[in-house]
Design a protein around this ligand. Structure first.
Ligand code: HEC
Ligand code: HEC
Length: 169
């Protein structure tokens, strides 16, 4: 690589760092270009979760176990798995937040996730309009674009005022 593009990419990295959300730790991550195969194969049943939200080890286990993927069969051919594996490794979370793989390799069981959502009563996750913590867009309007900041929240239908405290501070 010649010095010029290297410097340019460093400048871009710095610019992204400045707007990186809390969960991103020390890594620039949003807005992020998603690999077309990732969108095609991993966003039909749920959000194309930002790759930075899990460590590489978790992504690898997920790709190895697609035939038994959280209760469904999400198998893919080997070539696609290799492609996704390379891309997810290169873009996985790093730093303190990604040091430990969360239970079940679930974003929703990561320490940072539990901490950020600690003021949400458990009944909220079970609302018909939410169904699961894994359904980020139920509350994060910008989730498809990788935006999860506090000023981009929506209240899912059925939320009572008492349950909605986390939305208003
Ligand atoms: C056939 C449907 C389907 C496909 C295709 C699929 N998934 Fe999933 N995925 C699920 C279901 C169902 C869950 C569990 C959701 C829940 O608990 O509410 C899940 C959960 C997950 C979770 C954990 C979410 C959490 O709780 O933090 C990750 C990460 C994930 N999938 C990644 C992937 C990746 C990567 C791909 C592409 C290789 C993929 N998924 C393709 C159905 C699918
Ligand atoms: C039931 C609604 C709901 C769902 C579903 C949900 N969140 Fe949240 N999330 C919130 C609320 C409300 C906050 C703000 C909490 C607070 O400030 O006390 C929040 C905060 C966050 C934050 C911190 C934002 C910041 O700038 O401080 C991140 C990151 C985040 N959520 C990611 C996710 C991801 C990723 C998913 C899906 C895997 C998800 N959330 C699912 C409601 C939800």
């Amino acid at each position: 690589m010649s010095p010029l593009p290297r410097m340019a990419s460093r400048v871009i990295a710095w610019a992204c760092l400045a707007i990186a959300p809390a969960w991103a730790d020390d890594r620039p991550s949003t807005p992020q270009r998603l690999h077309p195969a990732y969108v095609a194969e991993c966003a039909s049943c749920h959000l194309a979760y930002p790759p930075t939200m899990l460590p590489a080890a978790s992504w690898h286990r997920i790709l190895k176990g697609l035939d038994q993927h959280y209760g469904v069969d999400a198998s893919l051919d080997e070539a696609t798995v290799r492609q996704l594996s390379a891309w997810l490794s290169a873009n996985a979370g790093t730093g303190r937040r990604a040091a430990v793989a969360p239970p079940d390799d679930r974003i929703t069981r990561s320490n940072w996730f539990v901490r950020e959502h600690r003021d949400i009563p458990s009944a909220v996750w079970a609302l018909p309009s939410v169904k699961s913590a894994a359904h980020c867009p139920a509350c994060h309007r910008g989730a498809e674009q990788g935006r999860f900041d506090d000023n981009d929240l929506v209240r899912p239908p059925g939320l009572t005022p008492a349950q909605g405290r986390a939305w208003s501070d």
